[in-house]
Write a protein that binds this ligand. Structure first.
Ligand code: ADP
Length: 193
């Protein structure tokens, strides 16, 4: 995992790589509401983490999440063989034009994951670009929702101290940095990403 930039007084680290290689307290899974695995980052997390994560998801589905995890919400499991303490699963909105509450739901994903991490006393958390794969959320708009939600959470909470946004390619990471550049300079006057 390669760091590209630090924003929000170094609380937000923008990186490129495979999120399953993150070592820290938690990684976020862009899951689907069934919680039983899928493609993209979800598949990668279950492949690298091994069967324990899926077993815990199945238990959740058989108990307090019988109808699945609603969009915008988050739930935590162990991390199997991954080099983190927990996986926080969240369900991003499927993009359908932007008029169906997608920005609010995507913001809830980031905020709810951060709340879970904070209440667990976690120092570090790594997010993938939720909803921007199969769920089709336009990357620039998703980036700006992610940035604003993280910035506002970071202003009010001391934990997690390190919040990573991990992009799968350098092109995606650079597009994110470009999209949020005006907002980023408002958050940290005098600095540019
Ligand atoms: P969603 O269904 O929420 O759109 P996807 O898994 O399809 O989720 O994609 C979310 C983002 O995760 C995409 O930008 C994709 O490029 C990225 N991604 C896929 N695999 C990985 C990985 N191993 N590490 C980091 N990001 C990944």
């Amino acid at each position: 995992m390669r760091e590209l930039a630090k924003l929000l007084e170094a609380r937000l680290i923008v990186a490129v790589g495979d999120i399953t290689a993150f070592s820290g307290d938690a990684i976020v899974n862009a899951a689907n509401s069934g919680l039983l695995g899928g493609g993209g980052v979800d598949g990668a997390i279950h492949r690298s983490g091994g069967p324990d994560i899926l077993a815990e998801c199945r238990t959740l589905r058989a108990s307090r999440l019988r109808d699945g995890l609603p969009t915008g919400q988050a739930v935590m499991t162990g991390a199997g063989r991954l080099a983190v303490r927990a996986v926080i699963h969240t369900v991003g909105p499927v993009w359908s034009g932007g008029g169906r509450g997608e920005p609010e739901l995507l913001a809830s994903c980031y905020a709810n994951c951060l709340k879970l991490a904070e209440s667990s006393g976690f120092e570090s958390i790594a997010f993938p670009a939720i909803s921007t794969g199969v769920y089709g959320y336009p990357r620039n708009q998703a980036g700006s929702v992610a940035f604003r939600t993280i910035a506002s959470f970071a202003r009010e909470h001391a934990l997690p101290g390190s919040i990573w946004l991990v992009f799968h390619s350098e092109a995606e990471a650079n597009a994110f940095l470009e999209a949020i550049s005006p907002e980023a300079s408002r958050e940290s006057p005098g600095r540019t990403p």
